[in-house]
Design a protein around this ligand. Structure first.
Ligand code: B1M
Length: 211
């Protein structure tokens, strides 16, 4: 089995140590972190989602796969993030209220940091007031919200409303994303932009904060 296959299988089986050693070995052999991410790790999580939909996997299996994915991401992190770059701005990121999915948000965090921004990672289950606090008290110039559940998407609008009520909506850029989120939804709730993936989110933040 080559390293990509070991990583793919390791995530499917929730074998974090196999994922960790294969990712380290692949990087040492010069395989790029982006290749490991896009050709092994993200496809493995999509497969986990498919198995869950078909009732072959249940929440515990998803959970151990997610742990293996996070272990792999931690190995890639250093390679993905450029070091010694003066921050271009401050961006607060979080998964919205009621939502505990953080793998996509963590990837966005790595890419935004890699694009040269200081990231305030607010974690998961982040409510409108927590995003607002990051703007008012920590100087976030942009906020990024992630949602993986259709039921938690309305929290994105609630956060934009909270920014409006506090009179700071025009001082901060709002970027949204996550599997059920679309450009149409972003337009509907008045976000500044939507990105389909982590690299897209980093580019969008760069573009919005430059304008
Ligand atoms: Co859950 N889950 N989950 N889950 N889970 C999904 C999302 C689901 C689609 C599975 C399915 O049915 N096929 C489904 C949602 C259905 C829906 O609402 N439409 C679902 C469900 C139902 C649930 C529970 C309700 C299950 C239950 O308890 N019965 C429950 C909810 C818990 C909660 O949040 N309150 C639940 C729980 C869990 C676990 C805890 C077990 C685990 C999460 C662990 C963790 O994150 N720490 C989990 C997992 C792993 C998944 C799947 C399998 C994988 C998600 C993932 O990490 N993908 C997922 C199925 C799937 O997505 N195919 C599923 C990999 C990740 C890299 O992709 O997060 O999409 P993603 O991020 C992408 C883009 O979306 C984008 O960039 C990333 C790629 O570059 N992106 C952004 C993300 N955020 C962005 C922000 C941006 C821009 C881009 O700007 C700011």
């Amino acid at each position: 089995m080559d390293h990509k296959e070991t990583i793919f299988q390791g995530i499917l089986e929730g074998n974090a140590s196999a994922v960790e050693s294969a990712a380290k070995a692949a990087l040492a052999e010069g395989v790029s972190a982006a290749v490991l991410l896009n050709e092994a790790m993200i496809p493995a999580m999509s497969e986990v989602g498919r198995l869950f939909e078909e009732n072959e996997y249940y929440v515990p299996e998803m959970l151990i796969s997610a742990r293996a994915m996070k272990t792999g991401l931690a190995v890639l992190r250093e390679t993905l993030v450029e070091e010694d770059v003066k921050p271009l701005g401050v961006v607060a990121l979080g998964t919205v209220k009621g939502d505990l999915h953080d793998i996509g948000k963590n990837l966005v965090s790595i890419m935004v940091e890699g694009a040269g921004f200081e990231v305030i990672d607010l974690g998961v289950d982040v409510g409108p007031q927590d995003f607002l606090k990051a703007v008012l008290e920590q100087g976030a110039q942009a906020i990024g919200m992630s949602a993986l559940l259709t039921t938690t998407m309305p929290s994105m609008k609630a956060t934009i409303d909270a920014l409006k009520e506090a009179g700071v909506r025009d001082k901060v850029k709002v970027v949204i994303g996550g599997a059920p989120v679309t450009q149409r939804y972003a337009d509907e709730i008045g976000a500044d932009g939507y990105a389909p993936d982590a690299a897209g989110a980093a580019n969008l933040v760069k573009k919005l904060l430059a304008s």
